[in-house]
Design a protein around this ligand. Structure first.
Ligand code: GDP
Ligand code: IMO
Ligand code: MG
Length: 425
């Protein structure tokens, strides 16, 4: 009986999908608790690639139940498409997927507003995924959002959609000068989505309660990462939900004791996609090299990811706010062949040295990295799956990270494929 949380410790894309899929083989349930189709979780099994956006990465194991919690925002059109693509690839989707009736629906106007909001931000663009995430969570907080359960009730849907369209069309047409939405078109489209999804929508709080009481093993799958958290990330360059640990409790309705091990997924270097400060970013040749070696292009939007060295100041912060007990270090193979590897151990801000992660955005923008250099390794780690096969410098590198954070290493990933994984515990 295991209850493990898998969370992003950096700016997302740490390799959570790979880690979740690897561990899900022994799990009864995989539950997503936050975010929506902004996530892109890649799983590669014997060379075959799957990219999950809304559906938990446990879906590739036939006997694992997948739960989409109330903390998520669901785009029905994107979900139906994702289901179709997975089914065409031979993945079974049926009673193994359950969607919270309290999860919020991303409507087409949310996506449009996401793009229009970005447009007026000018050079302060967040660089969102344009999946309608911010506007959908804004409606949730404003208490006007439409929930999955309401999508299935034609009368309530009609009333709520009409109310929402009055507001959205006024903004889209009068403020932005763009074409609004026809109620009839959207309503009939929403009814079609409801017809396709109704078999999956249920009370996931009850489901999780039963699973926990029955002693099922559960894996909580985080989306995005700690630095993208709306409260703890580099606001305003963040997403609109809580990828950090508290998101599990609110996003699934489970008590705190329902998580035992808390695993932060840590890429062996750092990436970020979209705008916002990034102290260890390498904008020159080194950044390009990491991007090419690591295949650092967005799994959802295809955008090139910004790349740089590992940042221990940020990771210590992530360890604290999430209460990490373990880390899973991914993409170690991307550092194969480097003579020296740099790790940021402190920031210099206005002439002062600090190991404390600034929660003030203006201060964070001024942070300059202070590096420690560690030796690289000559024998590649790529594809290795035994601890004793790792060269001693590579082992020292991951042990240094774990020691600095005061956590245990759960696993090290040495390639994108499921099999390229070294278990440490
Ligand atoms: P997620 O959003 O955290 O699930 O991560 P993404 O799937 O967006 O990005 C991680 C990328 O790195 C994907 O292309 C994975 O296939 C790939 N990946 C994961 N682990 C490894 C690894 O250990 N080595 C290499 N080379 N690639 C990896
Ligand atoms: P996974 O789960 C990396 C980033 C976007 C943008 C900011 C806000 O694959 O790790 P949003 O569309 O959420 O309003 O965008 O957050 N972002 C991610 N970056 N990985 C993700 O998810 C992300 N989800 C959102 O690039 O900077
Ligand atoms: Mg991703």
């Amino acid at each position: 009986m295991e209850r493990i949380a898998i969370l992003g410790a950096q700016w997302g894309d740490e390799g959570k999908g790979k880690v979740v899929d690897f561990l899900a083989a022994d799990m009864d349930v995989v539950a997503r608790y936050s975010g929506g189709p902004n996530a892109g979780h890649t799983v590669i099994i014997n060379g075959k690639k799957y990219i999950l956006h809304l559906i938990p990465s446990g879906i590739l194991h036939r006997n694992t139940m997948c739960v989409m919690g109330n903390g998520m925002v669901v785009d029905p059109a994107a979900l139906i498409e994702e289901m179709k693509e997975l089914q065409e690839a031979g993945v079974y989707i049926g009673e193994n997927l359950i969607i919270s009736e309290s999860a919020h629906v991303i409507m087409p106007y949310h996506k449009k507003l996401d793009a229009l909001n970005e447009r007026i931000r000018g050079k302060r663009q967040i660089g969102t995924t344009l999946r309608g995430i911010g506007p959908a969570y804004a409606d949730k907080a404003s208490r006007i959002g439409i929930r999955m359960g309401e999508l299935l009730d034609p009368e309530i849907l009609k009333e709520k959609l009409a109310f929402n369209l009055k507001i959205k069309n006024a903004i889209i047409e009068h403020f932005f000068g763009e074409e609004g939405y026809s109620f009839d078109d959207l309503y009939s489209q929403a009814l079609e989505w409801a017809e396709k999804l109704k078999g999956f929508v249920d009370n996931t709080v009850s489901y999780m309660k039963r699973a926990l009481k029955d002693g099922k093993s559960i894996l909580y799958e985080g989306a995005q990462g700690t630095m993208l958290d709306i409260d703890h990330g580099t606001y305003p360059y963040v997403t609109s939900s809580n990828p950090t640990i508290g998101g599990i409790m609110t996003g699934l309705g489970v008590p705190k004791d329902s998580v035992e091990r808390i695993v932060g997924v840590v890429k062996a270097y750092t990436t970020r996609v979209g705008g916002g400060p990034f102290p260890t970013e390498e904008t020159g040749n080194l950044g390009d090299l990491l991007r090419e070696k690591g295949g650092e292009y967005g799994a959802t939007t295809g955008r090139p990811r910004r790349c740089g060295w590992l940042d221990l100041v940020g990771l210590k912060f992530a360890t604290w706010v999430n209460g990490l007990t373990h880390i899973a270090i991914t993409k170690l193979d991307v550092l194969d062949g480097f003579e020296k590897i740099k790790v940021c151990i402190a920031y210099e801000i206005d002439g002062e040295i600090t190991e404390e992660f600034p929660t003030d955005y203006v201060k964070f923008c001024k942070a300059r990295p202070i590096y420690k250099e560690l030796p690289g390794w000559k024998t590649p780690v790529k594809g290795k799956n035994k601890r004793e096969e790792l060269p001693k410098e590579a082992l020292s590198y991951v042990e240094f990270i774990a020691e600095q954070l005061g956590v245990d290493i759960m696993l090290v990933s040495t390639g994108a494929d499921r099999k390229d994984t070294v278990m440490f515990i």
